[in-house]
Design a protein around this ligand. Structure first.
Ligand SMILES: [Zn+2]
Length: 174
């Protein structure tokens, strides 16, 4: 594997590890390592208020950095690798690198969102939930709500102005 491919793998793995391990609502100490990693990649952290908002209104997760911060870091890794790759002579290894970079950000985001997803519901809780919601006469309203979700992270659909991009994870809204 080329040095560049190794660098990309190491940087993405580190971003996902540090990002999923931190607690954005745990004060400066709990985010220090993640904040330093973001700065290293030239990415500005959200403000504490924004982090709280993303935690409250974004996709449900066990903890970890806001997905949009993780995306910006992985995008920065992508951009640096892409710039370096352009200076190389093309051979098979570089072609593989090109394919890797073409899906790097989306692959990393799928991995990250899976890491910070809440534990899967148990069978018992699924039945309890079904019983709790069975007498539901607002079906059409709920159906409408379900259509208003980000396809990547499941957050209620919320766009930044006219852009069809999820504000919580940066995924494409479809
Ligand atoms: Zn999203």
């Amino acid at each position: 594997m080329s040095d560049l491919a190794t660098w990309v793998d190491e940087q993405v793995a580190r971003a996902l590890e540090v990002g999923s391990a931190c607690d954005p609502l745990g004060g400066p100490q709990a985010t220090r390592e993640w904040d330093a990693l973001m700065r290293e990649h030239g990415v500005a952290p959200l403000t504490p208020d924004e982090r709280k908002k993303h935690r409250d209104e974004g996709p449900k997760r066990r903890g970890g950095a806001p997905p949009i911060e993780v995306r910006l870091v992985v995008q920065s890794i992508h951009d640096r690798a892409h710039a370096a790759w352009h200076k190389m002579d093309i051979d098979d290894e570089e072609r593989r690198m090109s394919r890797r970079l073409s899906t790097l950000v989306e692959d990393a985001m799928r991995d990250y969102l899976a890491r910070v997803a809440p534990p899967a519901p148990t069978t018992a809780s699924i039945f309890a939930n079904a019983r709790a919601t069975t007498p539901n006469y607002g079906g059409s309203v709920n159906a409408g709500m379900n259509q208003m979700k980000c396809t990547s992270c499941g957050a209620p659909r919320k766009t930044d102005g006219d852009a069809l991009v999820c504000v919580y994870c940066g995924g494409t809204l479809r």
